[in-house]
Structure formats: structure tokens, C-alpha cells
Design a binder for this molecule. Sequence first.
Ligand code: ADP
Length: 310
Amino acid sequence: MNKIFFLGECMVELRAIDDDTMKQSFAGDVYNSAVYLQRCFPTVTTGMVTALGRDALSEKMIQRFRKASLDTTFVFQHPEKVPGLYLIKTDALGERSFTYWRNDSAARQLMGFFNDDIADLFNAGEYLFISGISLAVIAPSDRDAFWRFLDKLKSRGVNIVFDPNYRARLWDSPEQAKLAFEQAFTLADIALPGVEDLEVLFNISDAEAVIDFCTPFKLQEIVVKNGPDSVLTYANNSLLKHPIRPVSNVIDTTSAGDAFNGVYLGARIEKRSIVDAVQLAACAAGTVIQHPGAIAPEEPFRTAMTAVGI
Ligand code: ADP
């Protein structure tokens, strides 16, 4: 079944162009991954699972999802809440800073839209992706219900995919994040951690140690990202090291990991080998970091992917 859903939050992005002008777009880790997956593998049905509002920007975001050919079956609209928003400012030295307004976003209410019937709409062989950011935005009081929902999906044969994507400011404490991540690793079939994500929380500082940390969790596939350093994978008792060609003109590393995840998963769903999937994902991520913002323009992205046979 060629179907994957990305659960989490997509936000309104404002980028200051000058003192009086902002450029508005949409971004968020799960949305970025979904967009890149769909660009490379249009035959894989790719959907969002999120909550927005009924305001003008929410409507525009839904239109954007549809324009990116994303399935919106599980995009819910809260009657009062609105989407999260963030502002990117770049100073004279090119240093970026981010300001967020997301503490009361519609996405935090996602579990309120999940009744027992929702899990029944997922089928065996489909994929559900969650990240550490998805977990953090689910209200702590809803997390038990969220784990029960994932349990139900798992028992229906849905493959759970997890990328820890740790953002300290979204958690009340590191301990809370650790517990949630351990629970997610326990439920997941595929994990795509970055070395940096586990460094702070679990005191792990190299890719091999991330594999050692992950192996007791009974994952089918572990893919460890490490910036420009080799990607390590572990599946079917086989540890593979995949060299990455470092990009020399890095413009903005935002969403490198998201692009990697989307394209890797699309390739695996399309039954490509792990070696091929990593190479395609690395090409996508290496292209994205040569453009500003989370979503690289379509044309140069497609050109780069065409060059590697997509
Ligand atoms: P995240 O965005 O989650 O921090 P990483 O920084 O680990 O993710 O990068 C994800 C992937 O992006 C890497 O596995 C690699 O394929 C690619 N990548 C990141 N930085 C570079 C770089 N400087 N040169 C080439 N590829 C890179």
C-alpha cells in the first residue's frame, strides 16, 4: 500500500525582507518532508494529519497542501484556534533568529479531533510519520490518548516512523522529552534520528552510538543522519555506512533532515534499496541546503533529482 501520512504542525512562516516587508509562506518539519516526498514520488499517496483553524491563513494553507498534491483527509479545522506562526529575521552578519507564536496553536488540539473511528481509516501496510516536534505539540494531557492511538494503528499493521527532532524549548523538561522519545522508539518500526537530536538528551555523540542506543528497541530500520558526515543504517542485521558528498556553498540548512526523511521514505515505499534510498535522500537534502528557506524552489530541486534518476 503506497500511502504515508505525516502527523504534526505546519506553521505560517514570516520572513523579514526589510524593515517594512514580510514574505509569507508555510513550513513545519512534517509538511516539508511531505512536500519533498510528493515531488519525488508522485505515485505515493502522501497526506497531512494536523489541525488548523477556519481563518484565512488556514484556508490558504489547505490550498497549499492541495497544490502540493497532499491528501487532506486528516486535516481538521478548529472553530476558534488558528495556526502557529514564526518569524525569521536575518541580521547584518547573516545570522538568523526565530520568534515563535505557537503555544496556543490549533495543532495542539489535534487529539480533540481523534475519535475511535479515525484509527479505523488507516490500513495495514500504510505509514504514519511522527517527529519529536509532533510529540511536543500534543498537549501533555492528550499524550496517553495519543499513545493508545498509535498502539491501535500498530495493531492494524500501520508502520510507524519516528524522527526525534529534539527542540528543547517545546518541552517542559528534558526528562519529559526523554520519556516521550523512548515511548516513540518502542512503538516505531523505522527511526531516522540525527546525531545532534540524541546528543543533549541521551549523551550520545556519534552515529555508531546512536545505532547502539536504537537497537534494543526492535526497529526494522534505523537511519542515522549526521550533517555532512556519513549516514549509518542498520537493518536486517546489517550495518552500512553511506558516504555523503559535502556541499560547499551551504546557504541555509533548514529542513535538510526533513527533505532527507521525505525522500528516503518515498524511495523505501517504492521498494528501492536502502543504499539507493540514502543516495536519493542525500541528494535532495544537499540540494535543499543550497536554497534559503524550508521549501526549495521546484525547478532547481527537480533538476537535481532528475540528474539522479528521479
Ligand atoms: P537535521 O536537519 O535533522 O539537523 P542533518 O544536519 O543531520 O539533519 O542533515 C540531514 C542530511 O542532510 C544529512 O544526512 C545529509 O544527507 C544532508 N546534509 C546536511 N548537511 C550537509 C552538507 N553540509 N553537505 C551535504 N549534505 C548535507
